[in-house]
Structures are given as C-alpha cells and as structure tokens.
Ligand binder design. Structure first.
Ligand code: NAI
Length: 484
C-alpha cells in the first residue's frame, strides 16, 4: 500500500475530498491516507506559510500531496499557500488535461469535434520568480528567468508523457520571434530534446497563433508545452474549450514531491451545502493514480465517471437543467454504483498497473547547476539603465564625455526602442533610458573597467541598474536594441 498526504482544503474542499476518497475506497484503490493540516485555519493559528511543521514533514516524507482548494487570507501580507507549495517543492511541471466530457455540453461537443489536449506548463521560472523593481517612479521592471536546465527538465517530462500517452503530436508554444533569448532558449531546448524522441511528431507554433488555432481546430492538438506565463493563459483557454474550470484537473509534478489538485478555488458561496461538483478533484485524483502507476484503477474510475456523466447525472453547476441535479454525495454514490461500467464514447483503455516510478530522497547535490565548459567568454560592454528627463541628444553628449578611452557609446534606447543615434520624433519617451556602451574594437574588458565607467557616469545620472554585455565563443549573449 502506498501512503499519500491528503489536505482537505477550505470551503468546499472537505466535501469534495470526502466524495473522492469514498470513490477511491469503494474502488479498492491500494492507497493509505495521511491527513495533514494546511489551509486558512492554519494561517489563522499563526503559521505564516499556511501549514504546520508536522504537515511539511509528512508531505516531504511521503512525496505525494492530494489537496483540496485553499484560501489565502487577504491583505495580511501572506503568500498564497498554493504557489508557495509548488515553488518550495520544485514541482517544475504543471500538467492539465482537457478532454471532451460526455454530458458536458460545449460548442465543440455539439459540433462533434472531440478534444483531448494536455498542456504542460513550466511551473517555477519566467516572470513568476516575482523579481521586480521600480527603476524610476514611472518605470517598473520584471525579470524573466528562463534557464536551460529548467527548460530541459519540463520539456523532457512533456516528451515522456507524450510517449506514454501515445500522443500524435507534441507542440511547443512560444514567442521566440520577439523574445529571441528567453523564448529562443526554451525553443532550442525543445528541439534538443525532440531529437531523443524521433518517434514523436514535434513542432512549434507562436503562442498567439496557437491560441487562434486552439479555438478553431482544438482537435488537431494533442500535447502542448509552454513557459510559465504563456502556459498559464493557454491552459485556462483550453479549460474554456471543454466546459470551464469546474472540469479542469491539475498535477504539479516534481522529481521528489508532486501535488494533485483541482484548478478551481474554495467556492465560498456554496461551501457547506453539499452541492459542489467533485469532478475536477476526481480527475486530479485519477491523474495521481496514473502518476503512481495505478493505471488499471485510474481507467476503471474514469470510465465510471464518464459513464455517469453520459447518463445525464449532474450536480447543479452543469448539465441538462430539465433533469434534476444531485448533490455531491449522490454524485459520488452514482459513480461508485457504476464502477465496472464503460461509457459508449471515449472509454479509457484499462492498461495494467505498472511499478511506481516515484522515489523519495533528499537533494544533496545541485543537479541543475550546469554550465557549458570550454566556452570562451568575453566582456565587451555594458548596458546602463539611467533615470533622466532629458532628450536623447543631450544624454548622448554627456555619456560620450564619460566613455573615455575604452568605451564607445553605441546606442540609447527607451522602452527597448532606439532613440539615438537615430530615432523618430514620434517615439514617446519615459524617464528611463538604456545607454549601451561597447568596448572600442570589441576588446575584452574587465569588471573594473565597467565600475570605472559607472563611477564616472554616476556624476551626471542616477543609474538604476546595469547589465554586462558578454560574448560567448564570439556569439552575442544579449539582444540588440530595436533598430540597432
Ligand atoms: P472559485 O473557483 O472558488 O469560484 C468561482 C465560481 O465557480 C463560484 O461561483 C463557485 O461557486 C464556482 N465553483 C468553483 N468550484 C466549483 C465546484 N467544484 N462545483 C460547483 N461550483 C464551483 O474562485 P474564487 O471565488 O475566485 O476563489 C475563492 C477562493 O479560492 C479564494 O480564496 C482563492 O484564493 C481560492 N483559490 C484557491 C485555489 C487553489 O487552492 N488551487 C485556486 C483558485 C482560487
């Protein structure tokens, strides 16, 4: 018997969790449940991260957390427990599966277009690091981290999943045409991993085009992998295709700890009434069973759910309004009584259980700290982010005085658009410029040269931030300014 940690959650959490665990017990799922204290009431008792030390220890020991939705107290400066849990335990892949569900009417189900899309979203990096600064009173900056090891990790997971799912196609969504270094790196990693899976049909689509294609021909997609923010948006779009967030399960998978939960929240408006729909949490639980290698049980329960939906049995939030709704317990009981039955459409194959690939161990090395050996690194310049309300020509004149014998002032940009040496009078300016200095003749500089320039320039300007301009093996490790 595998033991997992269960957190019932807040609001409707305890009701839908009870319904799902009851279904698992009746289906003889070989799991034991260790209930842990997490959620709003734990915050209220003074635990700033929303979980007790005991809960943390149990989850870290067992490696699997099945959780109900949790409320983050508002306005107390506390961070969302959901986000904290995903980040602390490095659940780097967020997986959401969106499929046509019998009995859940959508424009696509009415048109007879079947949907079965899995979105794999990177779950740690991107702008979600929350590293943000006000450079001036008018200008906020967010740092977007896309790393090679982080991208490879989530992309490799997506390819493995695609292989297990016998996917027809795996698609990378990105915006590498604009963000050439960040999204470019993610896309490069995608095709690097794709080489290891020649049997899979791998392609890429620019994210805006992807959104358009998803709403017009969702049946042509199978598995989609994206960076964090784009993945966040695209996965909600996909939820809309199959009937809304109420039917969206979510898995947050890491190498050591994985979290399974519904996408929806605590639904405080219907909490305590035993009328909530447990489908999304049940689908998350089914994804957890598959993760644990319990494939046969997962298919059996999913087929029973699909059969029940096909019969028109529904809770109050969906389905045919002319058929009376059942409550949460009755819905769960119907699924239990239908165990062993198969739906007419979209029945899941009952594959044999496989040994679980989960292992629980402590990280005692830093496997993600890799860098390419042998690359020749050369410092060739610096971007100085300065605050100024002056016009570009006046700024350039001052900057050139500071450039000295080592630097050339090559370009000034404002919000990423070049405004010097050439520019347009129609470019609207804000009070923060990026002044780019490169070494004369692209000779190698050292950091002291940059500090010397910094000290000199600070006599005329407030410098908000700086970035070094490096060349690796003769290749620029920075973007050109627009128009440069
Ligand atoms: P919500 O998803 O809780 O509710 C939105 C609407 O959908 C409500 O009308 C609700 O009654 C309905 N709904 C949601 N789940 C349902 C279900 N299973 N059956 C029937 N109806 C359902 O979103 P809201 O109101 O924005 O958030 C409420 C709380 O949930 C907040 O404290 C928020 O922080 C938290 N939350 C937690 C999440 C998590 O634990 N992963 C995710 C999203 C929100």
């Amino acid at each position: 018997m595998t033991k997992i940690a269960v957190a019932k959650g807040d609001g409707i959490g305890p009701e839908i969790m009870a319904a799902v665990i009851e279904i698992f017990k009746e289906a003889n799922v070989p799991l034991e449940y260790d209930y842990v204290d997490m959620g709003k009431w734990v915050f209220d008792e003074g635990y700033s991260n929303g979980m007790t030390g005991e809960a943390k220890k149990t989850i870290e020991h067992l490696g699997i957390l099945f959780k109900g939705p949790m409320e983050t107290p508002k306005g107390k400066g506390v961070k969302s427990i959901n986000v904290t849990a995903r980040k602390t335990w490095n659940t780097y892949a967020n997986i959401r599966t969106f499929q046509t569900l019998n009995g859940v009417e959508t424009v696509f189900s009415k048109a007879g277009i079947p949907i079965d899309i899995t979105v794999v979203r990177e779950n740690i990096e991107d702008t979600y690091g929350g590293v943000e600064h006000m450079l001036t009173h008018d200008v906020a900056l967010s740092r977007r981290f896309i790393t090679r090891p982080g991208s490879l990790q989530v992309i490799r997971y997506a390819f493995e999943l695609a292989k297990k799912k016998n996917a027809r196609r795996i698609t990378c969504g990105h915006k590498a045409n604009i963000m050439k270094l960040t999204d470019g790196l993610f896309l490069e990693c995608f095709y690097e991993v794709a080489k290891e899976y020649p049997e899979l049909n791998a392609d890429d689509v620019i994210v805006d085009d992807l959104c358009m294609k998803l709403v017009t021909r969702p049946d042509t997609f199978d598995m989609v992998v994206l960076t964090n923010l784009q993945g966040d948006i695209v996965s909600d779009l996909c939820a809309g295709l199959v009937g809304g967030l109420g039917f969206a399960p979510s898995s947050n998978v890491g190498d050591h700890i994985s979290i399974f939960e519904a996408v929806h929240g605590t639904a405080p408006d219907i909490a305590g009434k035993n009328i909530a729909n447990p489908t999304a949490l049940l689908l998350s639980g089914i994804a957890m069973l598959r993760h644990l290698g319990l494939l046969e049980k997962a298919a059996q329960i999913e087929n029973s759910l699909l059969y029940t939906l096909e019969q028109g049995i529904h809770t109050g939030d969906f389905g045919d309004k002319s058929v009376p709704a059942v409550n949460t317990t009755e819905f769960a009981n119907a699924i239990v009584s239908n165990l062993g039955k198969k739906p007419q459409r979209n029945a899941k194959p009952e594959l044999q259980n496989v040994a679980s690939s989960c292992s629980v161990y402590n990280i005692d090395t830093n496997p993600m700290m890799e860098s390419k050996e042998g690359e020749q690194e050369k410092l060739v310049g610096v971007d100085m982010f300065i605050e100024s309300t002056e016009q570009p020509a006046a700024i350039a004149e001052k900057c050139e005085r500071h450039a000295g014998v080592k630097f050339d002032l090559v370009n000034i940009s404002n919000r990423g658009t070049q405004v010097w040496p050439t520019g347009s009078v129609y470019t609207n300016l804000v009070n923060q410029y990026n002044v780019r200095f490169e070494s004369i003749g692209h000779y190698a500089l050292n950091q002291q040269d940059v500090i010397g320039l910094y000290v000199s320039l600070s006599g005329d300007f407030k410098i908000c931030s700086l970035e070094l301009l490096n060349e690796w093996d003769g290749k620029r490790a920075y973007s050109l300014a627009q128009g440069q």
